[in-house]
Design a protein around this ligand. Structure first.
Ligand SMILES: Cc1cc2nc3c(=O)[nH]c(=O)nc-3n(C[C@H](O)[C@H](O)[C@H](O)COP(=O)(O)OP(=O)(O)OC[C@H]3O[C@@H](n4cnc5c(N)ncnc54)[C@H](O)[C@@H]3O)c2cc1C
Length: 253
């Protein structure tokens, strides 16, 4: 991307479509309400900051990572999981509908990865809705493999509660067909699930298994999800001697 298109200030974004992902998660497909499509650029992993004026007494601001990727020029998407008693996520899940206009600025954020920059293998560790920036990154990597012969390895470990909580699962299955991308799902509370799923929370043992064949001296690690999970991941990686500069994190809280 040579010249990055940006829009300054608050943008008006129209909800084009709402997709039910799981019982408590939806993906919102959005387009620029004034110009149509997506007249701005971003790096996979970045987020938009939304401002909601009408859902409580005072305006509230929340950030959502883009789950779509830069190679999808006509729209963008973000994926929201309803949190318990959550003001905005509850409104988005239960009230927001096709045709509504949302206000947002960005995209911004340093937690991004351009798959075409560098060749270091990338290992991603996510919990729940923390999978969203990685779906964007992997979609972009798959696109560049198909269109530019990119041969960089990406591996994702994501933990969900149960088979009912598989956010963006259809997309993960599609991406997984790429020989350079692998996805491992571990379920924390669904011991009956089949052998395609690992069982248990993200822990040093699970991380050891996930990184067993990795060259820890030449891998970039990215983690996104609940703070507690990220701490376990970062502590494990540091114990293994991975330097800070090869560990990137994004907190959703
Ligand atoms: C950079 C960034 C990117 C993000 N991207 C996404 C995304 O792609 N998808 C997504 O679903 N969320 C994402 N989030 C989280 C999102 O911004 C909101 O924090 C979340 O939707 C909760 O907002 P709320 O108004 O519903 O809850 P609030 O009313 O703010 O909080 C209600 C309760 O939920 C707790 N809480 C707040 N946030 C979380 C959380 N993330 N998980 C669990 N408990 C929480 C609070 O401590 C509080 O007890 C992102 C956050 C950041 C900072």
């Amino acid at each position: 991307m040579n010249t990055r298109r940006i829009k300054k200030g608050w943008m008006n974004l129209k909800i084009k479509e709402v997709i039910l992902e799981t019982h408590d998660t939806k993906t919102f497909i959005i387009e620029d309400a004034d110009e149509g499509g997506r007249p701005w650029d971003f790096y996979p992993g970045q987020y938009l900051t939304f401002r909601f004026d009408g859902i409580s007494e005072k305006p509230v601001v929340r950030s959502y990572s883009l789950s779509s990727s830069p190679n999808q020029p006509d729209f963008s998407a973000f994926t929201v999981k309803e949190v318990d008693q959550g003001l905005v996520s509850r409104w988005l899940l239960n009230e927001a509908k096709k045709g509504d206009i949302l206000r947002a600025r960005g995209p911004i954020g340093k937690f991004y990865l351009d798959p075409m920059q560098g060749s270091t293998p990338v290992m991603m560790i996510a919990g729940g809705s923390g999978v969203t920036p990685f779906v964007s990154i992997m979609r972009e990597a798959k696109y560049h493999r198909e269109h530019a012969g990119l041969q960089r390895h990406f591996s994702l470990l994501v933990s969900y509660r149960s088979r009912e909580d598989l956010i963006l699962y259809d997309e993960l299955k599609k991406i997984q067909l790429d020989p350079f991308i692998s996805t491992t799902i571990t379920l924390t509370r669904d011991l009956e699930a089949g052998a395609e799923f690992w069982k248990g929370r993200i822990s040093p043992q699970i991380l050891k298994k996930f990184t067993a064949s990795a060259d820890l001296n030449n891998t970039l690690f990215m983690s996104c999800g609940p703070d507690e999970m990220m701490k376990i991941a970062v502590d494990f990686l540091k114990d293994q001697g991975v330097p800070d500069e090869r560990i990137m994190t994004e907190s959703f809280t």
